[in-house]
Design a binder for this molecule. Structure first.
Ligand code: FE2
Length: 389
């Protein structure tokens, strides 16, 4: 999505006959926004229209979120680390909150699933909270480990292969998600003052296991919240090569440069990705503010037009009451929040933080789901009181 890629064997010119031996290949153009925006072109052995059967897929139930009734306006804490692994990556999604721009939740699969999934409703952002996996996709494979962000363009079929089940945070970006435009100059290259460069990203590699066999496959596609499983009698993914600008990509937190200021920098300084209606920020290990009077702890604030969802990935969160690895705090727009008692004064003089956290700020209010209720810590809204009941 941010630079041209070429993989395998492609024709020297668009829309010309291209062969594998004597076999005429099927040119398949995978576009965004009609034909006006980025695209990739693949050379498939079999037409991508070769469905043998379609059926309603009912194993996944997260396509049409159920709002929670009468949710109080208050700060909330989801104990994401307590989420029990279940099902597989298509079905195992616990949606916590949503609006017209995005949905946000957890995916903790218990077992591997060989069926592919394509989300025709949204680009997807995954964050690997724990474990390791290989993404297999229409454009190739990417090795994933804890701390990786993964972005998958809408309608791209994929699956996860793993030895140990991964824990994933996910965002469905109903409009789009990408590298912020301000990180790129007019020629498209990532600018030197961005927190990463082209070298920081993991791009799809040729997947001979998927692209060079003849095993039939099935793809579950989600569209308008409904799931359809399509069976193919041939390998949908068998191909000779592809090129273009549309493909999945990943980046680890370790590959992102943090920023430090003389005094506390606002969260926008830690921007990583921009989505339609939301932004993603990464809080990383770094030296803290260096002014002699600096208070490194965040000041109290109300983000008047933003809901904040903060995932705590690793580090020492003991200054935040009740927060643990895997926790997700949810602070709705206009509700003041900030340091827990003692943390503000206690931060003065601190030189370094080792925390890793991932924040999603949404520009329209989120609606909480019934599904998220079981993970919620009921004591969190009271945790700013000096003595916790
Ligand atoms: Fe905040």
């Amino acid at each position: 999505m941010f630079r041209y890629m070429q993989s395998g064997n492609i024709a020297p010119m668009h829309h010309t006959a291209h062969y594998a031996g004597s076999k005429l290949l099927n040119e398949y153009c995978f576009t965004r926004e009609g034909f006006e925006e980025p695209y990739s072109i693949l050379y498939l052995h079999h037409p991508p229209t070769g469905e043998s059967m379609r059926e309603v897929y009912s194993e996944a139930a997260w396509g049409r979120p159920q709002p929670r009734a009468d949710a109080l306006l208050e700060r909330r804490h989801f104990r994401g680390g307590m989420a029990e692994p279940e099902h597989h990556f298509i079905a195992a999604r616990t949606l916590l909150a949503f609006n017209d721009d995005l949905s946000y939740g957890l995916c903790h699969p218990a077992q591997e699933e060989m069926t592919f999934f394509a989300n025709n409703d949204a680009d997807e952002l995954f964050f690997v909270c724990k474990g390791a996996a290989v993404l297999q996709s229409l454009f190739g494979k990417i090795q994933l480990r804890a701390g990786d962000y993964l972005i998958i363009p809408r309608s791209c079929p994929y699956r996860f292969r793993f030895e140990a089940p991964p824990g994933l945070l996910y965002v469905e970006a109903k409009r789009d998600i990408d590298i912020p435009q301000e990180f790129r100059h007019a020629a498209g290259q990532i600018k030197m003052d961005a927190p990463y460069s082209e070298r920081s990203f993991k791009l799809p590699e040729w997947d001979a296991d998927l692209f060079e066999n003849e095993e039939p496959v099935a793809i579950v596609r989600k569209r308008q919240g409904a799931f359809t499983r399509t069976h193919y009698s041939e390998n949908y993914f068998r191909m000779e090569g592809w090129d273009g600008y549309v493909y999945p990509y990943a980046i680890n937190l370790d590959a992102i440069q943090p920023k430090t200021g003389r005094v506390h920098l606002p969260p926008t300084s830690h921007l990583t990705f921009a989505g339609g209606g939301f932004a993603v920020m990464s809080f990383l290990p770094r030296p803290l503010d260096f002014d002699a009077k600096a208070v490194p702890c965040p000041f109290y604030h109300s983000s008047v037009n933003c809901d904040e969802l903060l995932f705590y990935h690793s580090g020492d969160f003991t200054s935040r009451k009740g927060i643990e690895q895997g926790s997700i705090s949810y602070h709705p727009s206009g509700i003041p929040h900030g340091p827990h008692p003692g943390a503000y004064a206690g931060s003065i003089g601190a030189k370094q933080t080792e925390e890793q956290a991932v924040m999603v700020d949404t520009f329209q209010p989120m609606t909480l789901t019934a599904a998220g209720e079981a993970l919620e810590d009921p004591d969190y809204p009271k945790s700013w009181q000096e003595t916790r009941p």
